[in-house]
Design a protein around this ligand. Sequence first.
Ligand SMILES: *[C@@H]1O[C@H](CO)[C@@H](O)[C@H](O)[C@H]1NC(C)=O
Ligand SMILES: *[C@@H]1O[C@H](CO)[C@@H](O)[C@H](O)[C@H]1NC(C)=O
Ligand SMILES: *[C@@H]1O[C@H](CO)[C@@H](O)[C@H](O)[C@H]1NC(C)=O
Ligand SMILES: *[C@@H]1O[C@H](CO)[C@@H](O)[C@H](O)[C@H]1NC(C)=O
Ligand SMILES: *[C@@H]1O[C@H](CO)[C@@H](O)[C@H](O)[C@H]1NC(C)=O
Ligand SMILES: *[C@@H]1O[C@H](CO)[C@@H](O)[C@H](O)[C@H]1NC(C)=O
Length: 333
Amino acid sequence: MASIRSPKFILAFVAGFALLVILNHNGGNINIDLASGTSNETDTSNLPYKFEKNGRCQGDERHRCIPPLHVFEKRFRAAPKYKINVCAIEKNLSTIMTAIMCFLFDEKKFSDKNRNLNEEMFHQRFCRTRNEATSIDHLERKFKTNATDWLHLAIVREPIERFVSGFVDKCVIEQVWIENGKLCNMCRKNITCFAERQYKRMVIHSNGGKLNNFDDRHFFPQSWRCDFSAHFRRFTFLQYKNEHTEPFLQTLYTHLESRNVSNSTIEIINKQLHDGKTRHATVGLSERDIYERQVRSDPYILQYIIWMYYYDFVLFGFPLPEVPAQKVQIKIV
Ligand SMILES: *[C@@H]1O[C@H](CO)[C@@H](O)[C@H](O)[C@H]1NC(C)=O
Ligand SMILES: *[C@@H]1O[C@H](CO)[C@@H](O)[C@H](O)[C@H]1NC(C)=O
Ligand SMILES: *[C@@H]1O[C@H](CO)[C@@H](O)[C@H](O)[C@H]1NC(C)=O
Ligand SMILES: *[C@@H]1O[C@H](CO)[C@@H](O)[C@H](O)[C@H]1NC(C)=O
Ligand SMILES: *[C@@H]1O[C@H](CO)[C@@H](O)[C@H](O)[C@H]1NC(C)=O
Ligand SMILES: *[C@@H]1O[C@H](CO)[C@@H](O)[C@H](O)[C@H]1NC(C)=O
C-alpha cells in the first residue's frame, strides 16, 4: 500500500480531482483527459470507446460519488518472455489467470512436472511469487525490463454483476458471516444494508482512512486497483461477464497470439482449461439472478451502486444501469 504522503497517493488524488473537474465543467459531455495537469502516464486516449453523456455524478451529486483512481491493492503476474503483464481483479478469474501466467512464465518446467493448469488454479504453489510484481516499477526492476513495450492486460467486470456476484457468493451461499460476524458488513443476506455500509467504507477510504478487509478487497472500485492511478494509459482492458467465459478466452488468446505465444501453447492452455471438472459453480446461478433482478429494479440500491461505481462504468466502458422511477415488484418464477 502506498502511504498517504507517497507520490502515488498524491498523484491519484490529483488525477481523481482533475477528472472530476473536467467531467463537471463539460456538463456531462465527457471528454476525459487525465493527462492535463497530472501525469502523462494517466490519460484515457487509448480507450476503444467514446463516453456518452449521462448526467450522473455531476453538479450536486458529484460529491456523493466515490472518486476514481485511488491506490488500493495491486498485484501483477508477468511472463517476461512474451512481455505480458496481467492484473486480474476479480477473485475467480484471477485464479485462472494466475495459472495461465504461471504456465507462460515457465512453460517447460510446468510441462516437465506434468502440472495441470486446472489443478494449479487451486494450489498455486508452482510459480509462487516468482512471476509476481506489486507495481509496474517493481516489474521493471524485478525483470530488468522496460515496461513500455509490454502488453499490460487488465480484466474488468461489469460493476453490478461484480457486486451481486461477490455478495451472493460470500454472503448468501458461503455465508462467511457465520464464522466471522463482522463480514458482509454485519448485514447477513440483506443486500440493501450491505450496499449502504460498503458505500460508507469507500467514503472513509477516499478520505484517507486505512481500510482493507475482506469485503473491501471484493467490493472497492476496480479503478482503484492495478496501479491505474499511475499507469491507466498503458492498459488494455478485457471485459468479463458471467457465463461468457468463452468469448473472454477467445479475446485473451488473440492477445496472446499478438505477443507471439505459439498456437500449440494456446491449445494446451485451452485444452487444460476445458479438461478439468467444471469449476464454475452453477449452484449460485439462480440466487444470483434473483439478487441481480432485485438490485436492477430498486432505485434505492441502484443509487448506491452508481455512487460507488460511476467511474468504473465510465472508465471501463460499461453502460450505466437504467434506474426505474420507483421500486419495481419482482416476480420470481
Ligand atoms: C507530459 O508531456 C508533455 C508534452 O509531451 C511535456 O511537456 C510534459 O513535461 C510532460 N509532463 C510530465 C509530468 O511528464
Ligand atoms: C523505456 O522506453 C521508453 C520508450 O522507448 C523510453 O522513453 C523510456 O525512457 C524508457 N525507460 C527507461 C526507464 O529506460
Ligand atoms: C435491509 O436493510 C435495510 C437498510 O439497512 C433495511 O431498511 C431493511 O429493513 C432490511 N431488510 C430486512 C428484511 O431486514
Ligand atoms: C512476433 O514475431 C514477429 C515475426 O517473427 C516479429 O516481427 C514481431 O516483432 C514479434 N512480436 C513480438 C511482440 O514479439
Ligand atoms: C494460429 O492460429 C491462427 C488462428 O487459429 C491462425 O490464423 C494462424 O495462422 C496460426 N498460426 C500458426 C503458426 O499456425
Ligand atoms: C467463484 O468460485 C467460487 C468457489 O470456487 C464459486 O462458489 C463461485 O460461484 C464462483 N463465482 C463465479 C462468479 O464464478
